[in-house]
Design a binder for this molecule. Structure first.
Ligand code: SF4
Length: 479
């Protein structure tokens, strides 16, 4: 029997690279909900009872992209058809109005329009969305700290007037997936049309137009990426001075195109942690502060408010096809987790007829709620806050993991508050995985094993099983 201390030390030594843990339970664990059991107004009424000062994050999903990037397994379909955008925006606005009472019962803190590439929509679509929100929640511009939209470099560089219109409407943050500043890696990501010149023009345009927060991403682990090419991307991006920079480890799942190309495997790449170290040092040297395991921001600016608040337990109402809602009783979607043009059309129809219901999801027990916070929020978490969800009943399970994390230098304990150390930021996702429940691990594995089994090329190219992307088992030893 290996102690938890030793298991955690071994995982760190082996360079285990889990997927970035940005939700718990992950959507792979969502299953059809019993019909009629969860009416959406009832879910949110139950949720309301858990908060003294009710707050809300609003997420609107726009599933359209003009391509499919090789690493992406988000809920997207390819479309640039403005008639479809018109119909979709109408449906989304109907859904916003249908949720008026839920939104009005809380203080609205953030608005994030994600996707997909919502920047493909025209200014009139955003105007319609913002007007609808203003109709049901007049002071949203005062209460909301972050109005964010996801964009591609070309959507900013090639359409600066449209982007300016968005800033004039109150946009505070654009999240631009750059992924790399090396031509071969940009092509590998499936973004051949967005060369380094387009990326530089997009960043300059955003700065010139006075966007308060430009958020950019880089990915570690593309096929063909070397320590030198990584250093190039990091150095060049630091010089361009976006307010926020995120760096992600690439983990390929069987629902991403990369699983079919033969260039990737379900392997951990310990050397990626050296790339993490390099990026962290460069960004800190350039005056950034680390906001999370993947994110750096300019002091006093930048960051990702909606993500920070969601990790911290503020519920999130997700509207639009493929959007997830996170409450303290149920995480749910109004459709399936698998994107399709037919489902988008069905969403538009059902939204217009006020027929959307929670159909897929995961029912949260008190124990799973505690796990959710431990998985997501160890940056700065007061365990006493979790007592109302039953932390003490399960403390015998969680405390040895926290002791192992402390013994391995991953967390500081400040009374009952825990905070990640610099080493903890680096290995945060390994620690997060250790808090997965058996139920969540089983459902997650089942989902990816089924996808793997149905993906002939993944079976041929990626390795025998997708187990390395779906959690780790703990021996029941003592720390
Ligand atoms: S990474 Fe972004 S642009 Fe690429 S397919 Fe996914 S959502 Fe669309």
């Amino acid at each position: 029997m290996t102690s938890l201390n030793q298991q955690l030390a071994d995982y760190i030594d082996q360079g285990v690279v889990p997927p970035y843990q940005y939700s718990y339970p992950p959507r792979s664990t969502y299953r059809p909900l019993p019909e009629g059991k969860w009416a959406i107004p009832d879910v949110w009424a139950m949720d309301l009872a858990n908060y003294q000062v009710p707050e809300l994050n609003l997420y609107l999903h726009v599933p359209f992209c003009d391509r499919k990037c090789g690493f992406c397994n988000l809920y997207t379909i390819i479309s640039t058809d403005e008639d479809v955008f018109d119909a979709y925006t109408d449906a989304l606005c109907t859904q916003i109005r249908d949720h008026a009472e839920i939104i009005q019962a809380r203080r609205l803190r953030t608005l994030y329009i994600g996707g997909g590439t919502p920047a493909l929509l025209k200014p009139r679509h955003f105007e319609q969305i913002f007007t609808t929100l203003g109709d049901i929640y007049p002071n949203w511009r005062s209460t909301v700290e972050e109005v964010a939209v996801e964009a591609t470099p070309s959507s900013i560089a090639d359409e600066p007037e449209e982007f300016k219109a968005l800033i004039d409407m109150g946009l505070t943050r654009a999240n631009v997936g750059i992924q790399s500043l090396v031509p071969g890696e940009i092509r590998e990501a499936g973004r051949g049309g967005e060369d380094e010149d387009v990326i530089r023009r997009a960043i300059h345009t955003a700065h010139e137009l006075g966007l308060p927060d430009l958020s950019t991403d880089l990915i570690m682990g593309f096929a063909g990426q070397t320590p030198e090419t990584w250093r190039h991307s990091v150095n060049e991006l630091a010089k361009l001075q976006p307010t926020t920079i995120s760096t992600y480890f690439l983990t390929v799942r069987p629902d991403a195109w990369f699983s079919r190309t033969g260039a990737y495997q379900y392997m951990w790449q310990p050397e990626l942690y050296d790339r993490y170290d390099y990026a962290r040092k460069v960004f800190l040297d350039h005056g950034y502060v680390q906001e999370g395991s993947v994110r750096y921001k300019r002091p006093g600016r930048g960051g990702y408010v909606q993500k920070v608040l969601t990790f911290h337990g503020v519920p999130l109402l997700g509207l639009g096809v493929g959007a997830r809602s996170y409450t303290s009783v149920l995480d749910y979607m109004t459709g399936s987790v698998k994107p399709s043009t037919a489902e988008v059309a069905d969403y538009i129809k059902r939204a217009k007829n006020h027929e959307l219901a929670a159909v897929t999801g995961f029912e949260l027990t008190g124990e799973e709620l505690v796990r959710k916070r431990l998985v997501l929020d160890a940056f700065d978490l007061d365990l006493a806050e979790l007592d109302r969800f039953g932390y003490q009943q399960h403390a015998a399970e969680f405390e040895p993991i926290l002791d192992a994390a402390e013994a391995n230098g991953l967390i500081h304990r400040l009374g009952r508050r825990i905070q990640l150390s610099p080493k903890g930021f680096k290995y945060r996702d390994i620690l997060s995985w250790m808090f997965y429940s058996e139920t969540v691990k089983t459902l997650d594995r089942e989902y990816y094993e089924n996808l793997h089994a149905a993906n002939k090329r993944a079976r041929k190219n990626m390795g025998a099983t997708p187990v390395r992307i779906t959690g780790i088992d703990l021996d029941e030893g003592t720390a």
